[in-house]
Design a protein around this ligand. Structure first.
Ligand SMILES: O=C(O)CCC(=O)C(=O)O
Ligand SMILES: [Fe+2]
Length: 217
């Protein structure tokens, strides 16, 4: 199988890095090559719900499935096939670029496929609470071909200072990449009117305490 070329542009990182520097969030199209997005979409489309699990709220011991707050199915991504490897490598390259240009000290990246079936949503939340998490930057890559306005499922991003003020509503269109500071920007997913696929991920710092590597996921 031939290798997947992740980016189309010679300078894929510039827009995202400068957006994060200037305003703390970024929504860009065409960050990845269409071949890359197609490969990831083919990959998640093949995953039956029985190989995914109901997403929950909280981590490790605090974890609970909370169907009133979110209704997506997820599967964590390991580098087990060319599409997943290419994606993790590309996000690794973005991590290095953030560290080089913004001195963020990002240690690793974790990500999962997400499937929102018809009617699924994720109510307004923050991905990280100050001092409680090692998630620094959230990312969402959307994989959906020909998403229409009437299909709903928009990401709504709220202002970091005024949590009621909307910054924008973004349809989960194929190839669109959202990135934002995890502790600063509340956001929600409006109910999807058809199946919606994405990859949600987080760049993290290393909060190793007493030789215990910070648990992932
Ligand atoms: O899919 C999206 O647009 C956002 C998902 C999200 O907020 C999350 O998984 O934490
Ligand atoms: Fe989120």
């Amino acid at each position: 199988m031939s290798a997947i070329i992740p980016f189309t542009s010679q300078t894929p990182f510039d827009q995202v890095v400068s957006d994060i520097l200037q305003k703390g969030w970024s929504v860009t199209d065409g960050f990845f090559s269409p071949a890359m997005v197609d490969a990831l979409m083919a990959d998640v489309s093949d995953l039956d719900n029985t190989y995914m699990h109901r997403a929950g709220v909280g981590r490790s011991s605090d974890f609970q499935v909370a169907l009133d707050r979110r209704r997506d199915y997820i599967r964590w991504i390991d580098p087990i096939n060319p599409a997943r490897s290419a994606f993790l490598d590309a996000m690794g390259a973005l991590r290095i670029e953030f560290n080089r240009r913004l001195i963020l000290g990002l240690w690793d990246y974790e990500a999962h496929f997400a499937r929102y079936e018809e009617g699924a949503f994720y109510e307004k939340h923050l991905d990280a609470f100050k001092g409680k998490s090692n998630r620094v930057l959230s990312t969402v890559l959307y994989l959906n071909e020909a998403w229409q306005e009437s299909d709903g499922g928009e990401l709504v991003l709220f202002d970091e200072h005024d949590h009621c003020r909307e910054l924008g509503r973004f349809a989960p269109m194929k190839g669109r990449l959202a990135v934002f500071l995890s502790e600063e920007f509340p956001h929600e997913v409006l109910p999807a009117k058809r199946t919606r696929h994405s990859i949600a991920g987080w760049f993290r710092v290393n909060n190793t305490i007493q030789n215990q590597i910070d648990p992932s996921q």
